[in-house]
Design a protein around this ligand. Structure first.
Ligand code: 5GP
Ligand code: MN
Length: 337
């Protein structure tokens, strides 16, 4: 199989080229490996599972994975096709095609990242503003509200008909990354895609309930502790509200570490602060930092400065400093002119 790099960027041209490579691979019954980013969210996983299933239907030999241990949070483990994910240890060392989905940088692919170079062709499908562009072929659109919208375009180009299985995966990513169509990234086409997905007959209310509105009772106790210790710093940049928790503290409330992820969605509602930050202490002692802006701060830039990445209004990074040091470094970035 021979593949030429994209001659010219531009989302439309890139869509055709990436779709062309994938169609050619499917036609040739080639092996295609797909991976989302580490600790996959609904967009990473929905993108991976939907494109994997579409390519499988077109004839490709497909292996879908994500870096790290192959366990998913309860909110995502039910997505159709998740049971067919393979551990990264079971991947071929040099597949014909490797597709990276929703990963802002090679580092976010963890131990799967070497496939970017080892594969004959590596395709990067993503929507992060901080994506530097890696792999042989890119379909990167920072204006896309979710990676699943790019996957929906690819499935259309591949001639794959959307059914409930595919639509469930795509809707999960779309609803999650648009904040259920509340964020500014939501466009007319976003609702048009949502309409197409709903028209397949998916149970969107059930999908949303599972993704956003279901947690063990212990989460309420954790939430009260974490919001109770939140600190408001109106003078830090355009205002900062921050708090912290840890996997150990989640465990005290009978919760897995994944339950720390939704805390920032509550903390961000403090109107006095443009930026909300939740420090999530990990088992290894590092802090996984979640940042959200109400619109006045470029968090992708700040997260890149601090070793991570993301979108303008939602970004993150890992810090190995202690808690005060981590917040001090963030404060410095937020007050820098
Ligand atoms: P969250 O706060 O939900 O974990 O992440 C918010 C956004 O920042 C997501 O788009 C996610 O991909 C990105 N992000 C979070 N942590 C990191 C990181 O360590 N590195 C990079 N490059 N992006 C991150
Ligand atoms: Mn995404």
């Amino acid at each position: 199989m021979s593949v030429r790099p994209t001659p010219a960027p531009g989302a439309a041209a890139a869509t055709r080229t990436v779709a062309g490579v994938l169609a050619e691979a499917a036609e040739a019954r080639a092996t295609v490996v797909l991976s989302g980013h580490v600790n996959p969210d609904a967009d990473a996983l929905g993108s991976t599972l939907a494109l994997a299933e579409g390519l499988r239907r077109r004839g490709a030999r497909v292996l879908a994975t994500f870096p790290g241990e192959l366990t998913l949070p309860a909110s995502l483990g039910w997505l159709p096709g998740a049971e067919g994910l393979v551990p990264s240890s079971a991947l071929p060392s040099a597949p014909e095609v490797f597709v990276s989905l929703d990963a802002a940088s090679p580092g976010r692919l963890g131990e799967v990242a070497p496939l970017l170079d080892a594969a004959v062709t590596s395709v990067v499908v993503d929507h992060h503003a901080s994506n530097p562009g890696f792999g042989t072929l890119q379909l990167i659109d920072p204006g896309a509200p979710a990676t699943v919208t790019l996957v929906a375009d690819l499935l259309d180009d591949l001639g794959v008909t959307l059914d409930q299985q595919l639509a469930t995966c795509l809707y999960a990513g779309l609803a999650a990354d648009t904040g259920s169509f509340r964020f500014g990234s939501t466009r007319p086409q976003t609702h048009e895609l949502a309409a197409r997905l709903l028209a397949t007959g998916i149970d969107h209310a059930e999908i949303s309930r599972r993704l956003f509105d279901t947690a063990p009772f212990g989460w309420l106790g954790l939430l009260s502790v974490v919001t109770g210790r939140a600190v408001l710093e109106p003078g830090t940049g355009a205002g900062l509200v921050w708090t912290w928790s840890s996997t150990a503290e989640a465990a005290e409330h009978g919760l897995p570490g994944e339950q720390l992820e939704a805390l920032v969605d509550v903390v961000r509602s403090a109107e006095e602060a443009d930026v909300a930050c939740v420090l999530k202490g990990q088992d290894d002692g590092s802090w996984s930092v979640s940042l959200r802006s109400r619109g006045g701060t470029d968090l992708a830039r700040i997260a890149i400065e601090l070793g991570g990445g993301g979108h303008t209004l939602a970004a993150g990074y890992t810090s190995t400093l202690d808690r005060e040091g981590t917040i001090a470094a963030l404060r410095e970035q937020l007050t820098r002119r």
